[in-house]
Design a protein. Structure first.
Length: 155
């Protein structure tokens, strides 16, 4: 009789444990994998677009820097040859100086644009890394989803 009560107690405890574990497992929401994959593929696409924008802004900044460097070199070469008694010579030098000043004026906006582009790109990559690096990606499903992505506008 004692064996029967021990088995009955073990069965009751096991059943209660199963009921508790089973109900606890049901309360944990499972991720909507296709929706998460879509979001991650969109983030990946956005990061690519923002990388291209970042690279374009960096190239613009580099071009402005090169132009400024070239104009500085031209000014340095022309300065000793300026004839202050010749109005045409002074006028040419002043025109070159104005071109240099205009190029210098483009540096700050180009730097700000490049910095904003880098920040947007970094934020996009950070969001992707936080959200998507642990998500299991089925390559076949991802390839199929690539053709029909539903992505929000890039922010």
């Amino acid at each position: 009789m004692r064996t029967f009560s021990v088995l009955w107690c073990a069965a009751a405890v096991g059943g209660a444990l199963l009921a508790v574990c089973g109900s606890a497992g049901a309360q944990v929401p499972l991720p909507n994998v296709p929706a998460e994959m879509n979001a991650c593929l969109c983030l990946q696409q956005a990061a690519g677009t923002l990388a291209a924008e970042k690279d374009a802004k960096a190239q613009t900044l580099a071009a402005v820097n090169r132009q400024l460097t070239d104009l500085d070199a031209q000014l340095a070469a022309e300065r000793p040859q300026v004839n202050v008694n010749n109005p045409d010579s002074v006028s040419r030098y002043k025109a070159l100086l104005q071109r240099r000043d205009a190029a210098f004026g483009q540096i700050s906006p180009a730097q700000a644009d490049a910095a904003r582009a880098v920040s947007r790109y970094n934020a996009s990559v950070d969001e992707y890394n936080q959200r998507c690096t642990r998500l299991p990606m089925d390559p076949g499903l991802a390839a199929a989803m690539q053709t029909h992505l539903n992505c929000p506008p890039i922010q």
